[in-house]
Ligand binder design. Structure first.
Ligand SMILES: [Fe+2]
Length: 270
């Protein structure tokens, strides 16, 4: 069994100190095998914000897989935006744009979908798809294979915003190389979908898991939250943990079979 804490859209610059401290306490209690952060570490890609994000990441006492989001590329500084878009992210957070975590049961690969030109929806290149499949080629069929991006592949209900560019091509490739779960953020709304319901070419039961904004004030009609995944041989459980004003606590649970059994949901709505 392995556990993954899936955080997103921290947006340092708009962070809430009380919530960030409570999150650390919750993580220390739950002791995840790995912490995934699906982008938007900062609000405006400023040095001060990246510095806060770096200091916070250093306080997480577990392995961390992190990818950049569109807010981690400078927005107003056009020369920096187009010539060195990820310079500050690389300096303060990580120089590795293909972070990988592999143990005996799970394999997690992060890729950067933020682009200087594609402000809202981001993109995935064919080179990145090849890199992901290459990373998974060396792990066993029994490993749960997980890809982390900032931009999502589907929209939650009643949200009409662009999804990541080349989503259908990416899902087809992920289907071929055995991906089980995609973790993303961006909308600041938690949501879970099944790929084959949205992409007719996909045969594998790939779960599309969105996290809300975990510690920022940039809420979109739901509370601060994150996902806590428990991955067993034949079962994936996703607990949504939401901020209740004092601490993070259980909001609802989704249960999903590794062999494509349908999703069940228990609990409330944040
Ligand atoms: Fe965001």
């Amino acid at each position: 069994m392995r556990t993954i804490a899936h955080l997103s859209d921290l947006h340092f610059g708009r962070e809430k100190e009380e919530i960030q401290e409570s999150l650390l306490e919750d993580l220390k209690e739950l002791k995840p095998s790995v912490v995934v952060i699906s982008g938007d570490l900062t609000q405006r890609a400023l040095r001060k914000e990246f510095s806060l994000a770096r200091a916070y990441l250093k306080r997480i006492p577990f392995p961390v897989i992190v990818v950049p989001g569109n807010h981690d590329i400078p927005f107003f500084n056009l020369p920096r935006r187009f010539i060195l878009p990820l310079m500050r992210y690389k300096y303060y957070i990580s120089n590795d744009l293909y972070p990988v975590f592999v143990d005996d049961e799970v394999a997690v690969v992060g890729i950067n979908t933020a682009r200087s030109l594609a402000v809202h929806n981001g993109r995935i290149s064919s080179k990145q798809l090849t890199q992901v499949c290459h990373a998974f080629a060396d792990v066993s069929e029994d490993h749960c294979k997980i890809v982390v991006t900032h931009h999502p592949f589907i929209c939650p209900p009643n949200i009409y915003r662009p999804t990541v560019g080349s989503a259908a091509a990416a899902l087809k490739k992920f289907d071929e190389c055995g991906v089980d779960i995609l973790l993303s953020g961006h909308y600041h709304r938690g949501h879970i979908g099944e790929a084959d319901a949205h992409f007719p070419d996909v045969r594998r039961p790939i779960l599309l898991v969105h996290a809300g904004t975990t510690i920022s004030t940039r809420l979109k009609q739901e509370v601060n939250s994150y996902n806590f995944l428990t991955i067993k041989k034949n079962e994936i459980t996703i607990d949504v943990r939401g901020w209740n004003g004092k601490a993070f606590s259980h909001v609802r649970t989704y249960e999903y079979g590794r062999k494509g059994e349908s999703l069940t949901m228990k609990g409330g709505v944040a």
